[in-house]
Design a protein around this ligand. Structure first.
Ligand SMILES: [Zn+2]
Length: 316
């Protein structure tokens, strides 16, 4: 028999879901800011998994993924427990910005501490109430700073279990990404909890492909863990990459891309042309190696050295 799930001062009965708010601090006008959390506690025992979005406040497409995942799950038929956080950085979310009010990047302050900066306190809150309760986490991101990303998982591909989960998720690409100190993924790993990081689309948009791949991917992982019975089938298997590189422009100007997200390019293909404002060609960006386009700038106005296109080399 499944027991009730106690979290952050609330009790969720088996076979039910509950919407909660975890107090994350106060505005200087004294209003309490809460991190929204939906606990879907299954009628049957099973693993506990978290799915979180908008740890960077302007990367909002994951918020819609979380909504769709919650809608797709019936607690009466769920095995285990889903902790769903549509907006982690509420401060940044309401301000349309990646950062916290003190310009700190929340995803550099994990595992945090109870009495540190606001970023550190929120990180600590998440580690205490969410990460420490889970067997697995999925953290949803989008491109930052006028960039868009092909839906992709970034994870430690040297871990066979994680690599298998990447294939289960079914995004077009899985990219090996070493753990970055201070990130939620790093702190979770240190606590023994693997975490998949999903990157897709652009900031401040509900990108349709990002939402579709993200929702299907989370549901597939939950199905793989035996928590739910149905998930969308994978149409095209995930491709793997261990190396990626941003191509930068050697001249300032106006950039025109010749390739799209997901496109495969051969070595020495021209991927973008930078012109001056009258249309005269300043430089051409050519791929040194072959690969797949996994991200690009959305801002056509570039300075010398700006990142234009993100290319990943596919595994043999
Ligand atoms: Zn992010």
């Amino acid at each position: 028999m499944t027991k009730a799930f106690d979290i952050a001062g609330s009790t969720v009965e088996p076979g039910t879901s509950m919407r909660l708010g975890m107090p994350a601090g106060r505005l200087f006008t004294q209003q309490v800011i809460e991190i929204p959390l939906t606990v879907v506690h299954g009628a049957k025992p099973g693993p506990t998994v978290w799915v979180s979005a908008a740890i960077h406040g302007d990367e909002i497409s994951g918020t819609d993924v979380v909504r769709r995942v919650i809608e797709a799950i019936d607690p009466a038929n769920l095995r285990g427990t889903l902790l769903a956080l549509p907006v982690v950085n509420v401060f940044g979310f309401v301000q349309h910005t990646r950062y916290l009010p003190d310009r700190r990047d929340l995803n550099r302050f994990f595992p945090g501490s109870k009495d540190g900066s606001l970023a550190s306190q929120i990180a600590h809150l998440l580690m205490t109430h969410v990460v420490s309760r889970c067997e697995l986490g999925i953290d949803l991101h989008a491109g930052s700073d006028h960039r868009t990303n092909l839906p992709q998982i970034r994870a430690d591909l040297d871990d066979p279990h994680v690599r298998e989960l990447c294939a289960t998720f079914g995004a077009p690409l899985a990219l090996h990404a070493p753990l970055r100190r201070g990130s939620l993924r790093h702190a979770a790993r240190q606590a023994g909890v693997p975490c998949l990081l999903y990157e897709a689309g652009e900031p401040m948009r509900f990108d349709p492909a990002a939402v579709r791949y993200g929702t299907a991917g989370v549901l597939r992982v939950l199905k793989k863990l035996g928590m739910i019975k149905k998930a969308p089938a994978i149409k095209v298997p995930t491709r793997f990459s261990r190396r990626s590189r941003w191509m930068r422009t050697s001249r300032a100007g106006v950039v025109h891309l010749d390739v799209a997200l997901g496109e495969e390019v051969k070595p020495s293909t021209t991927v973008a042309v930078v012109r001056d404002i009258n249309g005269d060609v300043m430089c051409r960006l050519r791929a040194q190696r072959g690969g797949i386009v996994i991200g690009h700038t959305l801002n056509p106005l570039v300075s010398r050295g700006d990142a234009v296109l993100h290319l990943a080399a596919l595994e043999e």
